[in-house]
Ligand binder design. Structure first.
Ligand SMILES: Nc1ncnc2c1ncn2[C@@H]1O[C@H](COP(=O)(O)OP(=O)(O)OP(=O)(O)O)[C@@H](O)[C@H]1O
Ligand SMILES: [Mg+2]
Length: 293
């Protein structure tokens, strides 16, 4: 158990989602109960159509449950209106999508800086924070690149930087590595995990890849809208972490070398000449795209 964890940040109780199409009813979620601890990395796995995305969308308040309770950061999501949900998401939640969802005409820097505009952060600070975040995901040289000028893995790193730049309490990721090859998938997933752990953020990741799911503290297996198993890897992961830490101990001093090079967010200097002006459209649909509506 991670000592930083402190009580559940997500509580789901007796959750149902039933879709009606004509005469047919699909029980996409058929009575689901679980809790997720603060700082936990929780994976949701299951075959196609098992209800993974439905569950994640419901946790994020993107869809209303048919029945049941969802309490996140102490607030009942299922009771909130659309406008309350927009405010809630901006305050607590970040999203990473399978299809990146970057804005094609904006540079990497502009894409990552965008969510900060909705928090009223001034332009200079937005650019500094976006640049630092892009550096953290290994894209310091790609600030001015547009999505079409980057590989899938690089675009997904931009997507990660955009989700994390606002430092949300909870990150929801739906198949974030679904469009990547297996090596890049592992790298991208470990990158997300590393950043999230460092800040003690909670990560809920949907995947159909059992290998990637094995990196999670816990793995919720779902089938036909029901939880069939919850796998707990926390003890095993803690032992692995401890073994890794003792390997990096300096033998003479016993001082752990926990800092990973390039993982720090320094007050990175970005001069006005280096960085293009960040034009932010006032259009509401841009805002909705980012907040996940
Ligand atoms: N808007 C909708 N209207 C009707 N049925 C839906 C809707 N969304 C999902 N479903 C149904 O609910 C079930 C669960 O779908 P969901 O998208 O949650 O699956 P999933 O586990 O995410 O699958 P995948 O791995 O393919 O993304 C499926 O049977 C699907 O057809
Ligand atoms: Mg899905």
């Amino acid at each position: 158990m991670n000592e930083k964890m402190a009580g559940p940040v997500i509580r789901v109780k007796d959750l149902y989602k039933i879709y009606r199409i004509g005469e047919n009813r699909v029980r996409a979620l058929n009575g689901v109960d679980f809790t997720i601890e603060k700082g936990e990395f929780c994976c949701i796995v299951g075959t196609s159509g098992s209800g993974k995305s439905t569950l994640l969308n419901m946790l994020a308040g993107l869809e209303k449950p048919t029945k049941g309770e969802i309490v996140i950061a102490g607030e009942h999501i299922e009771k909130k209106s659309e406008s309350q949900l927009v405010v809630f998401r901006q305050a607590h939640v970040g999203f990473i999508f399978q299809s990146y969802n970057l804005l094609p005409n904006m540079t990497a820097l502009e894409n990552v800086a965008l969510p900060l505009t909705f928090q009223g952060v001034d332009k200079k600070t937005r650019q500094l924070r976006a640049a630092a975040m892009l550096k953290l995901v290994g894209l310091a040289k790609y600030l001015k690149h547009k999505p079409g000028q980057m590989s899938g893995g690089q675009q997904q790193r931009v997507g990660i930087a955009r989700a994390l730049v606002v430092e949300p309490e909870i990150i929801f990721a739906d198949e974030p590595t679904g469009n990547l090859d297996s090596n890049t998938s592992l790298e991208v997933m470990q990158l997300i995990q590393k950043i999230v752990r460092k800040k003690n953020q909670t990560l809920v990741m949907v995947t159909h890849d059992n290998y990637l799911a094995g990196f999670g503290d816990r793995v919720i297996h779902i089938r036909d809208g029901k939880i069939i198993q919850i796998e707990d890897n926390r003890e095993r992961n803690r032992e692995t972490q401890e073994a890794e830490q003792s390997e990096t101990m300096m033998p003479e001093t016993g001082v752990p070398e926990t800092e990973v090079p390039g993982m720090e967010v320094p007050g990175m200097e970005v001069s006005e000449t280096e960085v293009p002006e960040t034009e932010v459209p006032e259009n509401e649909t841009w805002k909705n795209e980012i907040s996940g509506n």
